[in-house]
Design a protein around this ligand. Structure first.
Ligand SMILES: [Zn+2]
Length: 240
């Protein structure tokens, strides 16, 4: 079944993670696991653009923004003009809270351009689902993808589902989240179009992430939506 990977990186991520993948490695992996398109986010936005240009139709990307650095906010729209289709925020990486007002200018620009925002979830005190709920509440016109849908902690995963049920602009991405049953629960109780497949390459392997969706218990139509249609619609990839 063809797939869209809603969330992946290239390069080497050091420190505690000590993982990495090259551009060639990513494309090889995509071919091997029938991943038609990947939504890439690199801290170096020019690298994302270059990779996109080298693999037309296969790679699209998010503008990685640090709200604490106004320069990156100023440059956001230039990257939209060049073809990036979303915004990536990682409150854990840059040490700000997901419900902080400092993100508002980023959200306003995303709204103005009709671009969705992807935000890392699952790490206190910065990126808990309830905080992302408060952000979604303040910006009802911006589509927000909660990356990892709460991540590794059962209570946070439950909170991700609760927040997504409460705020219709929250969408969930399942990479790094260990419970297949929660994918089915999201599909049935959040919305058939609001849960999508991602790998978070190179942190996780496509085979493992794929198995979570396959064993979740969703039907054939659900597999098609989660693996492909939902990310296609969320990022507006049909003509990209
Ligand atoms: Zn990631």
């Amino acid at each position: 079944m063809k797939k869209i990977d809603a969330h992946a990186h290239i390069g080497y991520i050091g420190g505690w993670a000590d993982v990495g993948i090259t551009e060639e490695g990513l494309i090889k992996q995509m071919n091997e696991y029938d991943i038609e398109k990947t939504v890439l986010c690199c801290e170096d936005n020019d690298l994302t653009l270059d990779v996109m240009k080298r693999h037309p139709g296969r790679i699209t990307g998010c503008v990685y923004v640090n709200p604490l650095n106004p320069k990156t906010v100023d440059f956001m729209e230039e990257y939209f003009d060049k073809g990036l289709t979303g915004v990536k925020l990682n409150p854990l990486r840059h040490a700000y809270c997901a419900d902080a007002e400092i993100i508002d200018p980023v959200m306003e620009k995303a709204k103005k351009r009709g671009v969705p925002v992807c935000i890392h979830s699952g790490h206190p005190p910065y990126s808990l689902p309830w905080q992302i709920g408060l952000l979604a509440e303040r910006h009802p016109d911006v589509k927000i993808m909660m990356i990892h849908m709460g991540h590794g902690h059962g209570v946070y995963i439950d909170a991700a589902l609760k927040m997504a049920r409460k705020y219709s602009n929250i969408y969930l991405e399942m990479s790094g989240m260990p419970m297949p049953s929660k994918i089915l629960e999201a599909y049935e109780t959040v919305g058939k179009n609001r849960i999508m497949f991602g790998t978070d390459t190179p942190f996780h392997h496509p085979t493992v992430e794929m198995q979570k969706v396959i064993t979740s218990g969703v039907d054939e139509e659900g597999l098609k939506k989660i693996f492909y249609d939902n990310a296609n619609e969320f990022f507006g990839l049909d003509n990209k």
